[in-house]
Design a protein around this ligand. Structure first.
Ligand code: GDP
Length: 426
């Protein structure tokens, strides 16, 4: 049997605009629910004399998953003829940011839901902004609850016009706008007779037309070091360097270099976690490798290869960040910045620009409030290794931790020189 290809998608939108309903629909209408699930949930509703909702399917699945093995993020799957879709659960901006930055689950495409009746909300815009900042550029906008506006084309077109205008300002070109009703099932898997004026694709067709993210094997090798384990083999003390490969490919015999330390060694063996040794390993895989020369490195460093373009190392960086903290981000306060597996103390050196993500207006503030987007210069206490966003997106993404909570995140746009503590030029 040919294995189906996978695609990670995220469904975002203002609360109550219909995300869970649409997910329930996608699962039910593609026949992806476990056997008997739909009937079971419908029956439960009947017994409790409450009307059935597609959103309940999602709750039922989550309950089931919660009772099973521990999973860090609940995942839902549905499939079409060629693909298996993994819906990344991102109930809020923070979870979304965290998933994207840590690589726990990265979205390749997005469905952005807007309630036709309520229209575009601030959050609809913030989500659009976040998607663009995180580099997700395959976006379809679902104008949901068309049943509540009598499938009026004008309502649909007004939303298309207004939201396209907004997206254009942040350089996002959505793939499509689709008039749907999650509740009724219009234009989800089959074209609806209720929208004869709509000639575009259904949601499912739109998804199937999205491109699978190109594999990052061709990019320079990057692996944030997650841990270094010690073990003894043939009487020798050895170390195994473990982590997940972000980009590129690693082979036995490759000369690797770790940043920020700049230490080098040669890959002696590659160990996969199924205990088979192999000669090479590619992006997306968790791996461990041993080195010929025993060098001392620690969690948080980033591995690259000698002779190919290497990550930047700096203590001053120009970033774009999205702030979601309860208290504002201010100059003079100390935060933690997490990138790859590194965690360092960080402060704002300069706020260059703050804008409100929903209105895109410049707000001249000396602090960054919740839901603001800012361009600023950050100064870290110790050097960090990373890539600039224009070069490799994955390793340019970071989150900011304020008082134990992830409170913001973004992308590093530029490595800057630090005149005070000159970092050794790599
Ligand atoms: P979420 O917060 O975005 O996940 O929204 P839900 O899926 O929970 O939906 C919120 C409410 O809107 C629920 O009461 C749904 O029944 C209702 N709803 C969702 N989609 C539609 C739709 O297409 N038409 C109508 N009339 N109601 C809908």
């Amino acid at each position: 049997i040919k294995r189906k290809e996978d695609m990670n998608i995220v469904i975002v939108g203002h609360v109550d605009h219909g995300k869970s309903t649409i997910i329930g629909r996608l699962l039910a209408d593609t026949g992806s629910l476990p056997n008997g699930k739909l009937e079971e949930v419908k029956e439960r509703c009947r017994r409790n004399s409450k009307p059935f909702e597609y959103a309940f399917l999602l709750d039922a699945l989550k309950d089931e998953q919660a009772q099973g093995i521990t999973i860090d993020s609940a995942r839902c799957f549905f499939q079409t003829e060629n693909r298996e879709y993994i819906i990344i659960d991102a109930p809020g901006h923070i979870e979304f940011l965290k998933n994207m930055v840590t690589g726990a689950s990265r979205a390749e495409s997005a469905l952005l839901v807007i309630d036709a009746n309520e229209g575009i909300q601030e959050n609809s815009k913030r989500h659009g902004y976040l998607l663009s900042m995180l580099g997700i550029n395959q976006i379809s906008v679902l104008v949901n609850k068309m049943d509540l506006v009598d499938y009026d084309e004008k309502v649909f077109q007004n939303i298309v016009k207004e939201y396209t205008g907004f997206l254009r300002e942040i350089n996002v070109e959505p793939d499509s706008f689709i008039p749907i009703s999650g509740m009724i099932g219009d234009n989800i898997t089959t074209k609806s007779e209720n929208t004869p004026w709509y000639n575009g694709n259904t949601v499912i067709n739109t998804l199937d037309n999205f491109q699978i993210a190109e594999t990052s094997d061709d990019k320079p090798f990057r692996m944030p070091v997650q841990d270094v384990y010690k073990f003894t083999k043939d009487g020798d003390n050895r170390r195994i360097v473990a982590g997940t490969i972000e980009t590129g490919k690693l082979s036995v015999g490759d000369e690797v270099v770790f940043y920020p330390s700049g230490k080098r060694s040669t890959v002696k063996s590659i160990e996969a976690f199924n205990r088979k040794t192999q000669n090479y390993v590619t992006a997306g895989y968790s791996t461990g490798f041993t080195l010929k020369e025993q060098i001392y490195i620690t969690r948080g460093e980033m591995a690259g290869k000698v002779g190919v373009s290497n990550p930047k190392v700096a203590t001053r960086i120009r970033v774009n960040l999205f702030w979601l903290g309860r208290s504002p981000m201010i100059k003079g306060n100390s935060y933690f910045l997490k990138i790859g597996n590194a965690k360092v103390k960080v402060e704002i050196e300069k706020i260059k620009r703050v804008i409100d993500a929903s209105t895109l207006t410049n707000v001249n503030r000396e602090q960054i409030d919740r839901n603001d987007v800012a361009e600023c210069i950050l100064k870290t206490q110790n050097p960090i290794a990373f890539d600039e966003n224009k070069h490799i997106q994955n390793t340019s993404r970071f989150v900011i931790v304020d008082d134990y909570d992830i409170s913001g995140g973004g992308t590093i746009e530029e490595a800057l020189e630090d005149k005070q503590s000159k970092v050794r030029d790599q």
